[in-house]
Design a protein around this ligand. Structure first.
Ligand code: SAM
Length: 245
C-alpha cells in the first residue's frame, strides 16, 4: 500500500489530521500518498446532490450510485491495481491484523466514506472488495473510520516510525496488550516506579514487562489470550499471576 484514495463529501476533514505528526511526515517523505476526492465534484446537477430518498420509504437519505460510480471510474482510470473498501458498521471488524494486511497489500487502497443511512447496495456489489467496521457503534459518517484505518495501516509501513522496535512491543503485536509505562520523575505524589525498571537488569525488565502485559490482558481482555502467540515462559508467568491472585 503506497497510495490511498478517499472518496467523501467532507474532504476538508482529512488534511488537519493527515498533514500532522507521523502520517504527515510519512507523506512528506514520499512513503505514502493520500488523495482525498470530493464526491460532489462528480455530481452533474446544480445542487451537487449526492443523496436521495430510500426506495421502500423510511427515515433518512441514501447515497446515490451515479456520483460514486463516476468518482470510482475516474480514480481507477489510472490503471493502478486497487482494493476498494466501504466503511460501514456492517463490515468486518477492523483490528491490528487487518491493519497489517492493508499495509502489506501492494494495491492502492480506495476508501469510500458513507453518510446518511449508507450507500445504495448496488455500489457495494459493483465496486467494493471489503466492507470494514471500526467497532460496534454508529458514527455520523465514514470519515473518522477512514482516518482510523489510514493511521493504523500507514504507521506499519516500513520507515514510517523512527524506532521500528516500538512496533514489536506494543499492544496486539503479540496478540496481547502492552505493559505499563513510566518516565521521570522517579517519585510523584508518593508514587514510585517499579524497582526493576531502574535496576539496569535487562532480563529482569523483560520478564517484568512480559508478566505485566500478560496480567493486563488476563484482567482486561481475556478473550485475546486464546489467539495470542504464547510460549512456555508465558505459560509459567500466567501460572505465577494466578497464584498471586
Ligand atoms: N444505517 C447505517 C447502519 O445502520 O448500518 C448507519 C449509517 S451511518 C449513520 C453513516 C455512515 O457512517 C455509514 O454509511 C458508514 O460509512 C459510517 N459509519 C458509521 N459507523 C461506522 C462504523 N462503526 N464503522 C465504519 N463506518 C461507520
Amino acid at each position: 500500500m503506497r497510495q490511498i484514495d478517499v472518496v467523501t463529501i467532507f474532504p476538508e476533514m482529512f488534511e488537519p489530521y493527515l498533514g500532522s505528526s507521523i502520517i504527515g511526515k510519512a507523506r512528506e517523505r514520499g512513503l505514502v500518498a493520500v488523495n482525498v476526492h470530493n464526491l460532489r465534484d462528480h455530481t452533474e446537477d446544480k445542487h451537487r446532490t449526492t443523496d436521495d430518498t430510500p426506495y421502500g420509504g423510511g427515515p433518512g437519505m441514501v447515497m446515490k450510485i451515479e456520483p460514486i460510480a463516476r468518482a470510482f471510474e475516474s480514480i481507477k482510470n489510472d490503471g493502478l491495481p486497487t482494493r476498494s473498501i466501504l466503511v460501514t458498521p456492517q463490515g468486518r471488524r477492523f483490528d491490528q491484523g487487518m491493519a497489517e494486511e492493508f499495509s502489506k497489500d501492494e494495491r492502492r487502497l480506495l476508501i469510500l466514506c458513507g453518510r446518511y443511512e449508507g450507500v445504495d447496495e448496488r455500489v457495494v456489489e459493483q465496486y467494493i472488495d471489503d466492507e470494514v467496521s471500526v467497532g460496534d457503534y454508529v458514527l455520523t459518517g465514514g470519515e473518522l473510520p477512514a482516518l482510523v484505518i489510514i493511521d493504523a495501516s500507514v504507521r506499519l509501513l516500513p520507515g514510517v516510525l523512527g524506532d521500528e522496535g516500538s512496533l514489536e512491543d506494543e499492544s496486539f503485536s503479540w496478540g496481547i496488550l502492552d505493559y505499563p509505562q513510566y518516565t521521570r520523575p522517579p517519585q510523584w505524589g508518593g508514587k514510585g516506579v517499579p524497582e526493576v525498571l531502574t535496576s539496569g537488569n535487562h532480563a529482569g525488565i523483560d520478564r517484568y514487562r512480559r508478566k505485566e502485559a500478560l496480567r493486563r490482558t488476563m484482567a482486561r481482555r481475556p478473550d485475546l489470550l486464546d489467539k495470542a502467540r504464547l510460549d512456555s515462559n508465558d505459560m509459567r508467568l500466567i501460572e505465577e499471576i494466578k497464584e498471586e491472585e
